[in-house]
Design a protein around this ligand. Structure first.
Ligand SMILES: Nc1ncnc2c1ncn2[C@@H]1O[C@H](COP(=O)(O)OS(=O)(=O)O)[C@@H](OP(=O)(O)O)[C@H]1O
Ligand SMILES: [Mg+2]
Ligand SMILES: [Mg+2]
Ligand SMILES: [Mg+2]
Length: 394
C-alpha cells in the first residue's frame, strides 16, 4: 500500500498567473480521462464502438470527437467562447455526412453522459443536454491554427488512438500557449497507474492487467494519472485518476514528480513509438548499441512516453519520423513543458528547443525529437545521434 503522506492538495501548486487556467484544464482532462475509460471498455470488452479511418488511414473513434467536444465546451464555459481559441486534431468533416448520423448520435450521447458526471469536479453541467448542432459547434470551434502571438489552447483529444483501440496506452493532452511559449501542460494517462508496475510488462499493457488480476496482487485498480506543470515553476505534478462514482470530492491531491537521476546511458531506459512507421526503430537500435544502452527499449503508444520521463520511470525518449513527416504541436506541447519542469531537457536533434510558434506544425525540426532526464544525458545522446546519423539511411 502506498503511503499518501507526500500527496498535497492541488491548491498548493497554483501560481497566481495561470491559476484558473490550470485548474480548469486539469479538471477538463480528468473528465476526458473518465470518458475515454468508458469508451475503451466498450470498445475492448463489448466490441461495440466504431473505429473510423481518416483520409491518411489513421484511426479515429467516438472518444476522439467526444473528448474534443467536451474539453472545448468546458473551456468555453469557464472563460467565455470569445476568449477561447483552440488548436486541436479533429474536425467535423466525417460527421457532417448524412451517413454519419449514428456516429454523431453516439458522440452526442457520450458527451452528454460525460458532462452529466462533471459535477464531481465542480463543473456545472449544461442546463439541458447538448444537441447535435451544439456538439458539432464545440468540435469545430477548435479551428485555431496557432501562431506566434496571443493565447491559444492546444488539444490532442486522444493521443495514441492506435493504442486506445488496441486496449493499450493513450493520453489526453491539453496545453496553453502564449506568445509562442507553452505555459501550461496537462497530460491525462488513463492506463498509466500511479505506480509503475506496468513497466515490467514490456510492450504489453493488456498482458499486465490480466497477469495482475490473475495473480491476485490486488495492486492494480485500473486507475491512471494526470500530470501537469506550469512553465517556470520548476515543478511538475501528478494526480491519481479518480473514479467518478466513488463519492470522491474535488479537489484532488497531487504529488511532485521529478526526472530520474541516471545520466549514464548504460543504465538508462529509452522509450519510443510502438509503430516503426512513426519512428525508425533501426536507427535508435544502432544508437542504443553505440552508447552501450543495455535495457530493452520501452515501446509505448502516445505521450505516455513524455509522462514516463517526467515521472522518472525512463530516461530517454526519441522519435525520428520518416523524412517529410511534419510533427504536429498537439503531439508534443503538453509533454514538453511537463518534462522540462520535472527537470528534463527536450530538443530536436540539433539541440534547439521545439518551436510552438509557427502554426500547427513544429516547423524547422532538425531530424527528430530527443527528450532526456537531464542535461548531461541529453548531451551524450545528442553526440551519439550526430555520430550515427550519416551512416544511417534516414
Ligand atoms: N507517419 C508518422 N510519423 C510520425 N508520427 C505520426 C505518423 N503518423 C501519425 N503520427 C503521429 O504520431 C502520433 C502517435 O505517436 P506515438 O508516439 O504514440 O506512436 S505510436 O502509436 O506509439 O507508434 C499520432 O497521434 P494520434 O493521431 O493522436 O494518435 C500522430 O499524430
Ligand atoms: Mg497525437
Ligand atoms: Mg489524437
Ligand atoms: Mg490521430
Amino acid at each position: 500500500m502506498e503511503k499518501r503522506s507526500n500527496w498535497v492538495p492541488i491548491e498548493s501548486d497554483l501560481d497566481e498567473k495561470y491559476a484558473k487556467e490550470l485548474e480548469v484544464a486539469v479538471k477538463a482532462v480528468h473528465v476526458a480521462c473518465l470518458l475515454c475509460q468508458k469508451v475503451q471498455e466498450n470498445l475492448i470488452f463489448n466490441g461495440n464502438e466504431d473505429v473510423q479511418a481518416k483520409d491518411d488511414n489513421s484511426p479515429v473513434t467516438i472518444a476522439d470527437w467526444s473528448v474534443q467536444a467536451t474539453v472545448s465546451w468546458i473551456l468555453s464555459e469557464a472563460f467565455g467562447p470569445e476568449n477561447v481559441s483552440i488548436v486541436a486534431e479533429e474536425d467535423i468533416s466525417a460527421l457532417s455526412k448524412p451517413t454519419a448520423a449514428n456516429l454523431l448520435s453516439s458522440i452526442v450521447t457520450t458527451v452528454n453522459n460525460s458532462l452529466s458526471t462533471a459535477a464531481t469536479f465542480n463543473i456545472q453541467p449544461p442546463p439541458t443536454p447538448l444537441n447535435p448542432t451544439q456538439v458539432l459547434e464545440s468540435i469545430s470551434r477548435c479551428n485555431s491554427t496557432g501562431g506566434p502571438t496571443g493565447r491559444f489552447w492546444v488539444l490532442d483529444p486522444v493521443d495514441g488512438t492506435l493504442g486506445f483501440v488496441r486496449g493499450d496506452q493513450y493520453a489526453i493532452a491539453l496545453a496553453l500557449i502564449e506568445n509562442g511559449q507553452v505555459v501550461l501542460g496537462v497530460l491525462g494517462c488513463p492506463n498509466y497507474p500511479v505506480n509503475k508496475e506496468w513497466l515490467n510488462y514490456q510492450n504489453g499493457y493488456r498482458r499486465m492487467v490480466s497477469r495482475l488480476s490473475k495473480s491476485g496482487l490486488g495492486s492494480w485498480d485500473g486507475k491512471g494519472c494526470v500530470l501537469y506543470a506550469e512553465k517556470g515553476s520548476k515543478k511538475a505534478w501528478m494526480q491519481p485518476l479518480v473514479n467518478g462514482d466513488e463519492g470522491f470530492v474535488w479537489p484532488n491531491s497531487a504529488r511532485r514528480v521529478t526526472v530520474s537521476s541516471i545520466d549514464n546511458p548504460v543504465l538508462a531506459t529509452f522509450c519510443e513509438p510502438v509503430e516503426k512507421a512513426n519512428s525508425s526503430h533501426s536507427f535508435t537500435q544502432g544508437l542504443a548499441h553505440s552508447v552501450g544502452l543495455r535495457n530493452e527499449p520501452l515501446r509505448v503508444y502516445s505521450m505516455v512516453k513524455y509522462a514516463a520521463i517526467a515521472r522518472g520511470d525512463a530516461e530517454i525518449f526519441m522519435k525520428f519520423a520518416r523524412a517529410g513527416y511534419k510533427e504536429k504541436i498537439w503531439d508534443h506541447a503538453a509533454g514538453v513543458v511537463i518534462i522540462e519542469e520535472a527537470g528534463g531537457v527536450v530538443t530536436d536533434a540539433g539541440g534547439r528547443r521545439l518551436d510552438f510558434s509557427k502554426g500547427m506544425y513544429l516547423q524547422g525540426l532538425d531530424r527528430g525529437i530527443i527528450a532526456c532526464a537531464g542535461a548531461s544525458l541529453h548531451e551524450k545522446i545528442m553526440r551519439a545521434v550526430d555520430a550515427s546519423w550519416n551512416s544511417s539511411s534516414l
